[in-house]
Design a binder for this molecule. Structure first.
Ligand SMILES: Cc1cc2nc3c(=O)[nH]c(=O)nc-3n(C[C@H](O)[C@H](O)[C@H](O)COP(=O)(O)O)c2cc1C
Length: 179
């Protein structure tokens, strides 16, 4: 796949099933994430791989959080099973005199995007999700996040089950101004 085709045509898919990327393909996806722009070379991210039994563990964590935080526990416990694989991307900012935290969180966000594109380029697809489970102190605790860390996204990955007929095309003139 040509780089520009990937950049211009990439799209998400919310309906995902097995097979999920594994082995060298999955490592390629993680390596693409690790190539995200990174001011100061701080590697301000880490990834938590969730598949198989891990999906059930995550479902239990989501249920626990939803029950405690007045969410929809019945729905929450089903959410991880929307794909055979989830990579949780955690922003793990470092203290640095010239690189503020926001830049490091942006880097972690770029890693999500890069990993979705790497999945797409290999014939898989995915979707970046957040929602209340990305901002829950209970989930953070159960996943072992440190106080300064945060979830940037759940990247659901797998084989697309539906074909996206047309991607949204925004007219660049509406978004670009000239100085
Ligand atoms: C930070 C962030 C959080 C998102 N959270 C969700 C989410 O929780 N649920 C969802 O359906 N889409 C979410 N999206 C949007 C999808 O990832 C996707 O971008 C959107 O469906 C548009 O599809 P496209 O990527 O094909 O343009 C989120 C996107 C971003 C950047």
């Amino acid at each position: 796949m040509k780089a520009l085709d990937l950049l211009l045509n990439r799209h998400s898919c919310a309906r995902l099933a097995s097979p999920a990327p594994e082995g060298a393909e999955l490592e390629t996806i993680w390596n693409a994430g690790l190539r995200a722009p990174d001011h100061g070379g701080l590697s301000p991210w880490r990834f938590i791989h969730v598949s198989g039994e891990g999906l059930s563990k995550l479902a239990g964590i989501f249920e626990q959080a939803a029950l405690a935080e007045e969410g929809d526990a019945e729905k929450a416990k089903t959410m991880p099973f929307r794909a055979p694989l989830i990579t949780i991307v955690v922003a793990s900012p470092k203290t640095h005199s010239k690189v503020p935290e926001i830049e490091q969180v942006l880097s972690a966000g770029c890693a999500v995007h890069a990993m979705q594109m790497a999945a797409y380029a290999q014939g898989y697809n995915g979707i970046w999700r957040t929602g209340p489970m990305a901002y829950s102190s209970i989930v953070n605790h159960e996943l072992g996040l440190a106080e300064h860390e945060s979830i940037v996204g759940y990247l659901y990955l797998g084989s697309p089950q539906i074909k996206v007929s047309k991607t949204r095309e925004l007219p660049f003139k509406d978004y670009v101004s000239w100085l």
